[in-house]
Design a protein around this ligand. Structure first.
Ligand code: ZN
Length: 138
């Protein structure tokens, strides 16, 4: 298991962690298999999406805010910490992504980047990277 820290700068942001994941992969020496990229947080998830046009991140955050408004919307919130929207958005994104590895490199599409999805920042976050070796005949 490898890990790295990232300091986010906004309450909500998609922080590109592709380079840090690639660095952790390189340090692991894994050649064929996949890496699990995991956020051990309840208000920050992990997703893979476009990295070329920053408007994609903006649009995703804007629409997540409509799905889970900070003020609670009609359903309201009971969670006293005041960050229920962040918990909901984190579950929508999920806590992890499994990324294929071939030839010691992340197998990502041309436009794909790996993001830590911050929903209750800014704060320091930890990302875990677990290399998983391919089995026999794979
Ligand atoms: Zn909370």
């Amino acid at each position: 298991m490898r890990r790295f820290s990232i300091t986010t700068t906004q309450r909500e942001e998609f922080a590109d962690i592709t380079a840090q994941v690639a660095q952790a992969l390189a340090a692991s020496g894994l050649c064929e298999g996949c890496v699990l990229v995991y956020s051990p947080h309840t208000t920050a998830g992990v997703t893979i999406n476009e990295g070329a046009d920053p408007d994609v991140k903006r649009d995703m955050l804007a629409h997540l805010a409509e799905l889970a408004p900070r003020a609670g919307g009609r359903a309201g919130f009971r969670h006293a910490e005041g960050n229920s929207d962040a918990h909901i958005k984190t579950s929508l994104m999920g806590p992890s992504q499994l990324v294929p590895v071939s030839g010691g490199r992340l197998v990502l599409g041309t436009w794909q980047r790996i993001y830590l999805c911050e929903f209750d920042g800014p704060r320091q976050r930890t990302v875990l990277v677990q290399p998983l070796a391919a089995g026999e005949g794979v």
